[in-house]
Ligand binder design. Sequence first.
Ligand code: 13P
Length: 260
Amino acid sequence: MLFIANWKMNPTSLKQAQKLNKNIKDKLKKINKEKKAKVIICPPTIFLSKLFQKNKLIQYGVQNICFEERGAYTGEISVLMAKDQGANYSIIGHSERKQIAGEDNYTISQKVNLCLANNIKPILCVGENLQEKNHAKTGLVIREQLQIALKNVKINDIEKIIIAYEPVWAISSQDNARPGTPDSILGASIIIRKELLNLYNHDVATNIPVIYGGSVSKDNVLDYSGNSNLNGFLIGSASLNAFDFSQIIEKYIQSAQKQT
Ligand code: 13P
């Protein structure tokens, strides 16, 4: 099971970031002895090299990369820099990037390919906004996002990708956000796997990790435990609290153990 922390633009000092990282690591030592959970932290890139330490408990990623590998792109971070500083993953196409920086599906496709070419695993975000949901366009939107983002991804590379279903309306920073219902997440994970079948084959559709993000908390994580299409979570605000984040992990792996 994957538990990916997206710290977004938090915390605001290196000291706090180091403390949070250490607290999470200490908790994982106790609750993840059997390595049932794979934990990836995506801190602000500026802190990455100070947090990164090769270890068995946590891997690291960035929250975004530039659409070009090098050049005159003021304020951007290259995939080469991310790799050099210890990232093995990058979130790509987060809805906040779409809103803030106007990223479209074509830019996202470029970034996915840059990651793959540089041995960084993309955590590709897909998901509809509230208006699209209200117009029953969830399937249409997800299929289009996948078709464009994965257009140039060859079958040999597709297994390196993680797909994160993040409906915009469920993200805690949105007004009136509410977590996706287990049924809606099940429905979306089926749509994603069907589209992977359409674009690739049965093995790909079955084996690619599909995770959910949107107001996941220690109090609601078990609501999703019956969904065998789901391979983990992309966690925002709850990942900024080591206790809450570790509770999410502990509760979920314990419940998965009971089911087997
Ligand atoms: P929240 O968990 O705060 O809703 O954030 C979800 C998210 O955007 C993770 O990428």
